[in-house]
Design a protein around this ligand. Structure first.
Ligand SMILES: Cc1cc2nc3c(=O)[nH]c(=O)nc-3n(C[C@H](O)[C@H](O)[C@H](O)COP(=O)(O)OP(=O)(O)OC[C@H]3O[C@@H](n4cnc5c(N)ncnc54)[C@H](O)[C@@H]3O)c2cc1C
Length: 482
């Protein structure tokens, strides 16, 4: 492909980037998706997720009788990050979340539903939207099908390895194929949606050494390519020590023991059968706490009520199918299966029952408890601390344009998802459920709209008086293909 035949927008990364590809296509841009992994539908972070997307103020919330707004979400984000968050990105994605989930439902045809059956830590209202099964693979599959149906080309496997600065409105992307050959493609703009650097042990060690000892449970292609490409172009970076950990990865199966087990009343014990922290503070920061326990051993213990409630999660069902779940009528029986001392586990659960019935304050300060004490039959899962994905990246503005060190947009370059600065602040504790997908799909969506506006200006330098068609849903001008 020669530069003048290239697409208006080249989207690198078929995770959250697919939302940007579809939005750009819907706005009249020609789009090419370039994806490093042939099996991306089952192996990137979006496919591995539980498909929870915050949409503060959505019509789904209104229909459920809930009041929410971007401001309320922002307040939650600021509280979770102790006011240390990229305000531009936080405000941008807070503002687009509701429109995003409604667009996914109405324009792309995703069977979006609001999760109201359990509280995600840190969210003051039910605002996570998902698809049936709560499976990222299923959601990504629907997006990929929509891309296919729209006739958007997906080049895979092909890795974006470099981007040359835009000259006369043409940005040149260099792709590398598995046989080592390379190709240059000219395009109107590049959206870096290649995720962060979780798979690059050297970068993890440099930026977040505290979690380098945990299992990495994310896409093997999250190698920091966007970071390297952006830095070569003079991009500013931020919050590189931000990450999402998880305290609920099932040991031995690699499936996710949903943190709903904990939020519904379960507890986490160490090798000695003892609790060591308030489990409801958040699954992300809990990974670091588990890593600090003897042998990094941890197990979630809960009861049948919780087991049944969690069976709506595909990940949890997989944990059960792959024999990650233990159960017994008695705590002694469960303790034996988990490999913890029976006496100690029994004492721990007795103390929890006292706290739940109001007989004592929790020594770890946990206040979120079920109405009644847990009771047998008992269930448990051995879990291991994990790093899921990184949350720092390239600085972007409210149009998802990558910024240079002086704060000016780098022409023709956008970033979204793990490639961009997230909204989780520093470390693991600022991560709210949904921060990953909201910035992945949300910033891609925003980037597509900004690119469409930019392309319309390029196509019609006189200012849009010659037949640029407005898009009725956003009010944006529809760009013409160059
Ligand atoms: C187990 C798990 C559960 C999670 N659950 C949730 C959840 O419920 N809600 C939530 O908000 N977040 C969740 N997250 C986080 C969320 O999945 C990520 O934050 C989000 O998917 C990131 O999207 P992305 O587009 O940046 O990355 P990805 O979805 O990983 O997409 C990036 C794509 O780029 C490709 N790629 C990489 N480098 C290149 C290159 N140089 N050229 C071309 N292609 C390239 C990769 O192969 C990949 O397909 C979870 C993460 C994990 C691991």
């Amino acid at each position: 492909m020669k530069p003048d035949e290239g697409p208006d927008l080249l989207v690198a990364g078929a995770g959250g980037g697919l939302a940007g590809a579809l939005r750009a296509h819907g706005l009249g841009l020609s789009v090419l998706v370039v994806e490093a992994g042939a099996a991306f539908r089952r192996s990137n972070n979006t496919s591995m997720s539980t498909a929870m997307i915050p949409g503060p103020g959505s019509r789904f919330q209104r229909e459920a009788g809930l009041t929410d707004s971007p401001e309320t979400f922002l307040a939650d984000v600021r509280r979770k990050t102790h006011d240390d968050v990229d305000e531009v990105v936080a405000t941008t994605v807070a503002g687009v979340g509701a429109r995003l989930v409604e667009w996914l439902a109405d324009d792309i045809g995703l069977p979006i539903e609001l999760v109201t059956d359990f509280d995600y830590p840190g969210h003051s209202v039910h605002r996570c939207h998902t698809v049936p099964g709560r499976s990222g693979a299923s959601m990504l599959g629907m997006l990929a099908d929509a891309v296919e149906q729209a006739g958007i080309d997906v080049l895979a496997p092909a890795r974006l390895v470099d981007v040359a600065p835009a000259v006369d409105g043409v940005t040149v992307a260099t792709l590398e194929y598995p046989d080592g050959s390379t190709e240059q493609i000219g395009c109107g703009a590049v959206l870096l949606a290649t995720n962060g650097y979780g798979a690059d042990q050297e970068l993890v060690q440099r930026h977040i050494p505290e979690i380098a000892g945990a299992v990495y449970h994310g896409s093997e292609h999250s190698r920091g390519d966007a970071l390297r490409i952006g830095e070569r172009l003079g991009a500013a970076t931020g919050y590189l020590d931000g990450y999402q950990g998880h305290g609920g990865l099932t040991a031995g199966t690699g499936t996710l023991t949903t943190w709903a087990t904990v939020m519904l009343g379960g507890v986490v014990v160490n090798r000695d059968g003892e609790r060591f922290a308030d489990e409801t503070q958040g699954y992300s920061e809990f990974a670091r706490l588990e890593l600090g326990q003897p042998d990094a051993f941890a197990a979630v213990v809960f009861d049948e009520r919780i087991h049944l409630a969690c069976s709506v999660f595909e990940d949890y069902r997989q944990t059960q199918l792959m024999n990650g779940l233990r159960s017994a009528d008695t705590l002694a029986g469960l303790a034996e299966q988990l490999g913890v001392p029976a006496g100690s586990l029994t004492a721990t659960l007795e103390q929890v029952a006292t706290v739940v019935t109001g007989g004592a304050a929790d020594p770890h300060g946990r206040t979120g408890w079920p109405a009644a004490p847990l009771q047998g039959p008992w269930y448990g899962v051995r879990v291991q601390p994990a790093l899921f994905h990184t949350q720092g990246g390239l600085r972007v503005d409210d149009g998802a344009r990558v910024l240079d060190g002086a704060g000016a947009p780098i022409p023709g370059l956008y970033a979204a998802g793990g490639a961009a600065v997230g909204i989780s602040g520093h470390g693991p504790a600022g991560y709210l459920a949904g921060n990953g997908l909201l910035t992945a799909l949300g910033l891609s969506f925003v980037a597509a709209e900004t690119a469409a506006q930019a392309a319309a200006v390029v196509a019609d330098p006189a200012g849009g008086a010659t037949g640029v068609t407005p898009d009725v849903t956003s009010g944006l001008p529809l760009a013409r293909s160059r």
